[in-house]
Design a protein around this ligand. Structure first.
Ligand code: PGA
Length: 254
């Protein structure tokens, strides 16, 4: 597939996989995907598996990501993980502001922006998630909600930092539900997000930034979604937990 930007496909394992299960999955992915050069591939295991997984991916084309981190550099924050602690395990990416964290941990756009700046301070690339709920889409509020999230979650980033930031558009109603946005919905929403980036930063940044689609991405819908001009990859949940489905999503996207 001839794309303007290199595709980036990331697996968000969420709160799944013991260390042993994680290593099994990584071994399988390494076997299946060793020859892939056309796509940036990222795996995001839970914190507890980062150390062991990092050793296995070192000599591979898989990059490591985390699912969250603190906005603080260290200190008295019980239960939190600092950005530098992720760097110890060769983590390159960090998912920020996933809708599950916005919902269950009440993360706000302002907090997510602080985390994005903290990530860049240690050269971690944030994957900043945005997306509307079903009620918001049905109420005709999608653009308004996305504009608020994009402006708030990316506030304060420089153009250089934005160039090294990935956006994940994940309609909340499509996450884990089996419902996917139609390719037209995905393309037009991605184009809208790119227009917001153009206004907030500039043309060059907007042309460069990669926007992933997330929400029930599977081997059967990956090709059509990835063929859209403004869809630059995927953030995959459920289908990232099995070698076969994640490998097929990658292969069907090339
Ligand atoms: P899903 O999750 O692929 O299981 O819908 C996507 C996500 O939450 O990142």
């Amino acid at each position: 597939m001839d794309k303007e930007r290199k595709l980036i496909i990331a697996g968000n394992w969420k709160m799944n996989k013991t260390v042993a299960e994680a290593l099994d999955l990584i071994q399988g992915l390494k076997r299946e995907l060793a020859a892939v050069k056309e796509v940036d591939m990222v795996v995001c295991p839970p914190f507890t598996a980062l150390s062991e997984v990092s050793k296995l991916v070192l000599d591979s084309n898989l990059r490591l990501g985390a699912q969250n981190m603190s906005e603080n550099t260290g200190g008295a924050y019980t239960g939190e993980v600092a950005p530098m602690m992720l760097k110890e395990f060769s983590v390159r990416y960090v998912i920020l502001g996933h809708s599950e964290r916005r919902q269950f941990q009440k993360e706000t756009d302002a907090l997510i922006a602080k985390k994005a700046l903290a990530a860049h301070a240690v050269e971690l690339k944030p994957i900043v998630c945005v997306g509307e709920t079903l009620a918001e889409r049905e109420g005709g509020l999608t653009e308004q909600v996305l504009a608020t999230q994009i402006h708030g979650s990316l506030a304060g980033l420089s153009k250089e930092q934005m160039n090294e930031t990935v956006i994940a558009y994940e309609p909340v109603w499509a996450i884990g539900t089996g419902k996917t946005a139609t390719t037209e919905q995905a393309q037009s929403t991605h184009a809208y997000i790119r227009s917001l980036i153009q206004k907030m930063f500039d043309d060059a940044v907007a042309r460069r930034v990669r926007i992933q689609y997330g929400g029930s991405v599977k081997p059967s819908n990956a090709r059509e979604l990835m063929s859209q001009p403004d869809v630059d990859g995927a953030l995959v949940g459920g289908a990232a937990l099995e070698v076969r489905s994640f490998a097929d999503i990658v292969k069907n996207s090339i």
